[in-house]
Design a protein around this ligand. Structure first.
Ligand SMILES: Cc1ncc(COP(=O)(O)O)c(C=O)c1O
Length: 473
């Protein structure tokens, strides 16, 4: 498998050329990686207008992921989400022309989605889970195909212009993307997916990446599940999205078979609008090298890793730990004292990805070693001796994303004059910038929504002491 970006940098280093260009380290070692950290010099291509080695590497990635086109980002899925929404707003003619582009989105969005809607002045209609379904967490918002179909068929007025789903979510719940894409197709709507946690899904024995299942576009944080430096991400465009299939509804907003080409034609511009003009060549090389990694026995290694994770789950279930069903590379423990459990793990040399009151999330890849599995097991085995931690399954219920009244648009709230106030004084105030830490970065209140009692209780539960609200008067 060719690695054109890495090969170029190798040659550049060995050429002995004097670096009379940025970056200022001039290739001299400070951290150790500086000699590989170049900029868009002659021959190195330009990410925003790639036609050379970057475009070549992206085409290799597209072949590996089975997409129509794949584009690199060195600024994470957060960047790709903004680009994906600008592309959607550009390429899909609106159902209701007299109003902003409107996205129907499952409410557990990452905050970058809110930022994008504010910057692009998009409107959002939220989908919440049916009844009591879903886990006890703001990360959880399972939307079924049946539910989506019922929301769209019962929709009064203009339909939304696109549907947006986060899958897998932070707790490893995977949505029925095929079912959701088919419903979207029936109503002539594109399905966009935040697949930040699921880059590996295409490489399973049965590929279940959103692009395999009918989505139009998705973002993958390559850095979350593949051996890519932090910030490396993909924008994938599907060759055969469900909404372009022959069974799409009459009056469909999807432009038809030329859609993938239209999206691909706009993608670099959309990424450039929100991206830096100084992309990290370290991250680009890392994405480039990942192509080689993916083509060199990755499927087999992934399969072995999944077996090891499943085995660990079994070993943990025996002494009574509750491992939730989740996507294959996550181990999600539901626990009455999850925060204490995470501290216990840390004291035993295991750092988790995420914890809140009820869950501890551990993420694995083929790069984890046997020692890592053994340390998790050993740490949890010592737990029975530590009686101060209750490792039984969390039984608390009722943590749900609140349905808050909207006072103004996301844009007005995000860009308006704001102030930070103590969370407990926020009752009735309008959320400005969503205050939420990452992970999981799922906002309790969205910009423009008014805080109610339930929202304040959740802020307290998640330890958020200050919030950003619009100034009054
Ligand atoms: C569901 C989800 N979407 C998007 C993002 C943003 O990804 P990135 O950190 O690659 O910008 C994250 C980050 O944690 C996430 O969990």
């Amino acid at each position: 498998m060719k690695t054109p970006i890495c090969d170029f940098v190798d040659k550049y280093i060995s050429s002995g050329i004097s670096r009379l260009h940025v970056p200022g380290h001039k290739g001299i070692s400070f951290l150790g990686c500086e000699n590989r950290d170049i900029t868009e010099v002659f021959g190195a291509d330009v990410l925003g207008e790639a036609e050379g080695i970057i475009a070549e590497s992206e085409a290799i990635a597209a072949g590996l992921f089975g997409t129509y086109r794949t584009f690199y980002s060195t600024e994470g899925s957060s960047h790709v989400i903004r680009a994906m929404l600008i592309l959607a707003a550009q390429c899909f003619p609106r159902h209701g022309k007299g109003r902003p582009f409107t996205v129907l989105a499952a409410r557990n969005v990452h905050k970058s989605f809110i930022h994008a809607c504010g910057l692009l002045d998009l409107d959002v209609e939220w989908l919440y889970p049916d009844g009591d379904s879903g886990l006890n967490s703001v990360c959880s918002c399972p939307i079924t195909a049946v539910q989506l179909e019922s929301v769209l068929s019962g929709h009064s007025g203009d339909l939304p212009d696109a549907v947006y789903i986060t899958s897998p979510d932070y707790l490893g719940t995977v949505s029925d993307i095929r079912g959701l894409a088919d419903v979207c197709a029936h109503f002539g709507l594109p399905l966009l997916v935040d697949n930040a946690h699921g880059a590996y899904l295409h490489f399973l024995k049965e590929p279940v990446h959103p692009i395999d299942l009918g989505a139009v576009m998705c973002c993958d944080s390559a850095h979350k599940t593949l051996p890519v430096l932090t910030g490396g991400a993909y924008l994938h465009i599907a060759a055969h999205p469900a909404c372009c299939a022959g069974n799409a509804a009459k009056g469909s907003v999807c432009p038809g078979p030329e859609l993938p080409e239209r999206l691909a034609a706009g993608a670099r511009h959309a990424l450039s609008v929100f991206g830096s003009t100084s992309p990290s060549y370290l991250i680009l090389q890392s994405l480039d090298l990942c192509n080689h990694y993916l083509s060199d026995g990755y499927k087999k290694r992934l399969d072995e890793t999944i077996r090891s994770v499943n085995n660990l789950k079994k070993q943990l279930s025996a002494p009574g730990f509750s491992c939730l069903p989740s996507e294959s590379l996550k181990l999600v423990l539901s626990c009455a004292d999850a925060g204490l459990l995470a501290t216990h793990l840390r004291q035993h040399q295991v750092e988790c990805e995420f914890t809140d009151r009820d869950y501890v999330v551990l993420m694995f890849t083929p790069e984890n070693t046997e020692k890592d599995y053994a340390q998790v097991l050993a740490a949890l085995e010592t737990l029975s001796a530590n009686e101060s931690i209750d490792a039984r399954q969390s039984t608390a219920r009722g943590i749900r994303l609140p349905r808050l009244p909207r006072a103004c648009s996301i844009r007005e709230a995000l860009l308006g004059p704001a102030e930070m106030i103590p969370s407990r004084s926020a009752l009735g105030r309008i959320c400005a910038v969503p205050t939420v830490s990452c992970p999981p970065a799922v906002p309790i209140a969205v910009s423009g929504e008014r805080f109610d009692e339930k929202a304040l209780d959740l802020l307290e539960l998640y330890g958020i002491r200050e919030v950003s609200v619009l100034k009054e008067g």
